[in-house]
Design a protein around this ligand. Structure first.
Ligand code: SAM
Length: 288
């Protein structure tokens, strides 16, 4: 029960393959809940049985999550806790949860979580790629311009990128990433995490295309892609042109220096020196 004496929605993370990863606190939260919202009652039923928990379950999957909101709010208002689990991992991460959380917060109730497995975090930390800054893209759109644009965004992204993918689409997605990012970008393919056949393959995108062609992808996969390398150093003419453009848009010299420094990723001192050599906007421009 929350501080207010009202019930809480508790997001409970569950194993992504190894039942031993269900934490004691997760089992306690499921036991304490008046209702367990889940994607599939048979699957969650097996988990509850493993944990020795008997609980009332209802389905809150991608089709029914919103329809469950009223029932959940009624229980919370009556002082009961409600648990939300997904088939595997952390609810709300490429799984139902987001709408329920929003509705519960909007109604003024507490939301809590029992943290635990999430394939995104496990794959990232095993990838060997930088972990300090990363983005989670979930599943890419399957086709069309939405997919093309997202892949272009991914190709330009400087932080490490984590993607979920189904095994039968892995080869195509690796091929598309190769086409957009070039052959040398580092990638890790993490499969069957926490399971018997857990494996993390690491290499370049060029090597990855060969790998996925030779080994039939089986099981669940996470793709972890290195961020885009910094753009090659801009030359003086490019910096001057960018400064002129910013000044022509009405920026002060100081703002133009800040904008161009951020946009081109070059040292601020260099941009400043080039900016001071430019004529004031009112003076005639001696540069070609
Ligand atoms: N909520 C889950 C989480 O916290 O990771 C993700 C659910 S999403 C519907 C399923 C996707 O997660 C799979 O297609 C795969 O990309 C990834 N995934 C889940 N379990 C995995 C595992 N054991 N090994 C590798 N990837 C996994």
């Amino acid at each position: 029960m929350g501080r207010s004496g009202q019930g809480r929605l508790v997001l409970v993370a569950t194993p992504i393959g190894n039942l031993g990863d269900l934490s004691p606190r997760a089992a306690d939260a499921l036991r304490a809940a008046a209702l367990v919202c889940c994607e599939d009652t048979r699957r969650t039923g097996r988990l509850l049985q493993h944990a020795g928990v008997s609980a009332r379950m209802v389905v809150a999957n991608e089709h029914t999550e919103i329809a469950r909101i009223a029932e959940v709010l009624d229980l919370l208002a009556a002082g009961h806790d409600v648990a939300l689990v997904s088939d595997a991992g952390t609810p709300g991460i490429s799984d139902p949860g987001e709408h329920l959380v929003r509705a519960v917060l909007d109604a003024g109730h507490d939301v809590s979580a029992v943290p635990g497995p999430a394939a995104v975090v496990m794959a990232l930390v095993l990838s060997g790629l930088p972990t300090t800054r990363f983005v989670f893209e979930g599943f890419l759109p399957r086709s069309g311009s939405e997919r093309t644009h997202r892949i272009a965004d991914v190709a330009d992204e400087r932080r490490t990128i984590v993607l979920y993918e189904a095994p039968h689409r892995l080869a195509r997605t690796v091929g598309d990433l190769f086409a957009a990012c070039g052959p040398d970008r580092q990638v890790a393919l993490a499969r069957e995490l926490t399971k018997l056949h857990e494996e993390v393959w690491r290499g370049t995108l060029a090597e990855a295309t060969v790998h996925v062609d030779h080994v039939e992808p089986r099981g669940e996969y996470v793709i972890v892609l290195a961020g885009a390398p910094p753009a090659p150093d801009a030359d003086d003419d490019t910096i001057r042109a960018a400064l002129r453009e910013a000044l022509a848009r009405g920026s002060t010299r100081k703002d133009a220096v800040a904008t161009v420094t951020a946009a081109l990723g070059v040292p601020k001192r260099r941009v400043f020196d080039l900016a001071t050599s430019l004529p004031r906007p009112t003076e005639p421009d001696p540069l070609p």
